[in-house]
Design a protein around this ligand. Structure first.
Ligand code: DQA
Length: 151
């Protein structure tokens, strides 16, 4: 069984980028923590980062198509953990991509988007995700993974 972890725009800058919001851990640190925890539950982690909206859409489609085309593959793809970064607040294309697949997606954010600027309070993707975890730094990803491990 596999979990796909998708990191959106600017998340490749973690560690250097606004540590007061995003902490000091790098993307590699976060990915390594997820891989380690997943291994305890016999789950495989695939990670993907892109600054390009269309590439994020394609990756989500790919996860969904695998399900349609290959039953075995579908059993392997247990869920997606998605930090869509700023596209969270703007991207109807990402929302439509999530709606078009059956694989459950958990929306995560390092910072608490509801405690920040007004434009971050709206998520275009929240309504089509299984749920949203926001404000626990790297632990937001860990909590999402724990849901998939337990569920
Ligand atoms: C973020 C929150 C977004 O508002 C922001 O644009 C990001 C990161 C977070 O993880 O807290 O890039 O998704």
């Amino acid at each position: 069984m596999k979990i796909l972890v998708i990191h959106g725009p600017n998340l490749n800058m973690l560690g250097k980028r606004e540590p007061e919001y995003y902490g000091s851990e790098t993307l590699l640190d976060i990915n390594q923590q997820l891989i380690k925890l997943a291994a305890t539950a016999n789950l495989e982690i695939e990670t993907f980062q892109s600054n390009i909206e269309g590439e994020l859409v394609s990756k989500i489609q790919e996860a969904g198509n695998a399900e349609v085309e290959d039953c075995e593959q579908s059993q392997q793809m247990k869920g997606i953990i998605l930090n869509a970064g700023a596209y969270t607040h703007t991207s109807i294309a990402l929302r439509d991509a999530i709606s078009s697949i059956k694989v459950p997606v958990i929306e995560v954010h390092l910072s608490n988007i509801h405690a920040r600027e007004d434009f971050r309070h709206t998520s275009m993707i929240a309504a089509v995700c299984k749920g949203q975890i926001s404000g626990f730094a790297a632990k937001s990803y860990i909590l999402a993974l724990k849901y998939f491990i337990d569920g």
